[in-house]
Design a protein. Structure first.
Length: 557
């Protein structure tokens, strides 16, 4: 699929895929955060508020019981009237709170319990008028000292305690509302941050892909498959290939290949001319020297073996040095990534600590509700037969409070355990950084030692080269010089055959060397002077960025 695509298109597609993948990961994170926010909101709106409304209805039931006792013990008609009004007001508030709590009992069990409560309340509502009628038919309790004490001293104090408990309950409800609002605000802030982070990462990745694509195509100067085809034709010896470069292109790969083709064509022309001259000159070499033949041959073989060993050692040391540098870079990068990972773990631990604090507030609300349910059960027990229905409601409220408290404690334990794991991971990452840095320092020392060894081996190699030159000078004066000249003639012919592998543009002729041979022949001189110093067999071609050839590396004949 990617074979026929341009390199720029492939790079942009790769970066775009990474950006899309990052966006998907961010979207999944935002979706999960939304689920957590919805769960916390539902815990408050459907569970805790339901407990609160039922608790308020329970308190209203307590107020009805107190008002009934007040009606029975009222010393005056005015007190009886106030008690009747209090009964009706508390019953109205109780009905209102139960109506608010009704939608929050969505399970089948909750609906069944509410139906049972409604049936009990129907019977309870029938008893209230009967109680009022029976009390009003009796005489007032005006002269009882205990009644006067209850109405003047005890009941005001009890009312004050009720008011204070109500204030505390409302305070906890307000705290619950604030906690739910804080959790919702934190979710919206985190969602916005995640959206901005994902969008920024996607845009940055796409922009980076475009920049890298432009830079790479500029350095290549064309499509890679075009450069590969040119290199293939050059490897097949076809130097007639036409390399097209863009205007003002002086530094790209295509420009360098074009320059290489031109310089190779010139060099091959010169080599062909030089081989012709060598072939002619080798026929004129007749002087031989045999005094140093055997010793020079043995010494040359020994020098070649030693030189090969030194070159192999140089290659091994260079490879070790390069591996040490790569290892140093990897260790440095690992230290940076470990430090960044430690910082991210610390931020995660801080966020989970905040969640644990919010859960403590929910646990406290459940605990307070449990206490109120216990008090309600006690009041129901005191009410006797009339408090049975109220006791059932109090028991259910207490169960709901206990379930909420257990859930809050479990969430708190999970959050605390997660914080401990995150902190432990942060400590481990912090401990890794010094070890990685120490490893990097050791690798740098190994690199420095390898470079020193490479320098020493280079000096040895230079000495071996000098020794090889001396050996070659001795061999040049040996009796085998004539045979060497004949061999040189054969090698020149073979080189000519080798050079025929390359295809040059028609019309290009040998430069310089042929003209020198013809000029020397007319003057009655040898085509080239004999050199007692032998050059190495391999010739290094130094093509710089400007396409110029170092002419000093070639011997003109």
């Amino acid at each position: 699929m990617f074979k026929n695509m341009k390199v720029g298109t492939r790079l942009i597609a790769g970066f775009l895929f990474v950006s899309i993948l990052g966006a998907i990961v961010g979207g999944v994170g935002i979706f999960n955060m939304s689920k957590i926010s919805e769960t916390a909101q539902r815990l408050y709106e459907m569970e805790l508020l339901g407990v609160s409304y039922v608790k308020e209805a329970n308190i209203d039931l307590i107020y009805i019981g107190r008002a009934v006792r007040t009606l029975a013990l009222a010393p005056t008609m005015e007190d009886r009237k106030k008690a009747v009004d209090a009964i009706r007001k508390s019953r109205s508030l109780m009905k209102e709170n139960l109506d608010k709590a009704r939608p929050m009992f969505y399970s089948e069990q909750g609906k069944r319990k509410l139906a049972e409560l409604d049936r009990m309340l129907e019977d309870y509502d029938k008893l209230i008028p009967e109680v009022i009628q029976k009390v009003e038919s009796e005489k007032l309790q005006e002269n009882r000292e205990s009644t006067q004490y209850i109405f003047t001293t005890f009941m005001p104090q009890a009312t004050g305690v009720d008011d204070k408990l109500t204030e505390l309950t409302r305070l906890k409800e307000e705290n619950g509302v604030a906690a739910a609002k804080d959790a919702n605000d934190l979710y919206h802030e985190s969602r916005l941050f995640m959206i901005l982070l994902v969008a920024g990462s996607a845009l940055a990745g796409l922009a980076l892909g475009i920049l890298i694509t432009r830079s790479l195509t500029k350095q290549l100067g064309g499509e890679p498959f075009v450069a590969a085809d040119i290199a293939r034709r050059i490897s097949e010896g076809d130097l007639t290939v036409d390399v097209t470069v863009k205007a003002n292109d002086k530094n790209s790969l295509m420009f360098s290949m074009k320059t290489m083709v031109e310089k190779l064509s010139e060099i091959i022309n010169d080599v062909r001319s030089a081989t012709d001259n060598i072939s002619s000159a080798s026929e004129q070499v007749s002087a031989t020297a045999q005094s140093l033949s055997q010793a020079a041959s043995e010494q040359a073989a020994s020098v070649e073996e030693t030189s090969a060993s030194v070159e192999q050692m140089t290659s091994s040391i260079a490879q070790n040095t390069e591996n040490s540098k790569v290892t140093d870079g990897m260790a440095t990068k690992a230290a940076q990534e470990a430090a960044e990972g430690g910082a991210a773990v610390k931020e995660t631990a801080a966020a989970m600590n905040q969640i644990a604090k919010k859960i403590v507030i929910i646990d406290d609300i459940a605990y307070q509700t449990n206490l109120l349910a216990l008090n309600a059960a006690i009041e129901a027990a005191r009410a006797g037969e009339h408090g049975k229905g109220f006791a059932v409601v109090a028991a259910e409220v207490r169960k709901l409070a206990e379930r909420s408290q257990v859930a809050a404690q479990e969430i708190s334990e999970v959050a605390t355990s997660s914080v401990e794991l995150a902190e432990k991971a942060g400590y481990l990452l912090d401990a890794m950084v010094p070890n990685i840095k120490k490893t990097s320092d050791l690798v740098q020392e190994i690199t420095a030692a390898s470079e020193e060894q490479s320098s020493g081996v280079g000096q040895i190699n230079t000495a071996m080269t000098q020794l090889s030159q001396v050996t070659q000078q001795n061999a040049s004066s040996s009796e085998e010089l004539a045979a060497t000249a004949e061999e040189m003639s054969g090698q020149a012919e073979q080189l000519q055959n080798t050079m025929s592998f390359f295809k040059l543009e028609s019309g290009k002729q040998a430069s310089g060397a042929t003209k020198m041979v013809r000029k020397s022949a007319r003057a009655g001189k040898a085509p080239f002077p004999l050199h007692t110093e032998m050059k190495p067999a391999s010739v290094a071609l130094a093509l710089g960025g400007d396409g110029k050839v170092d002419e000093a590396q070639f011997t003109r004949f």
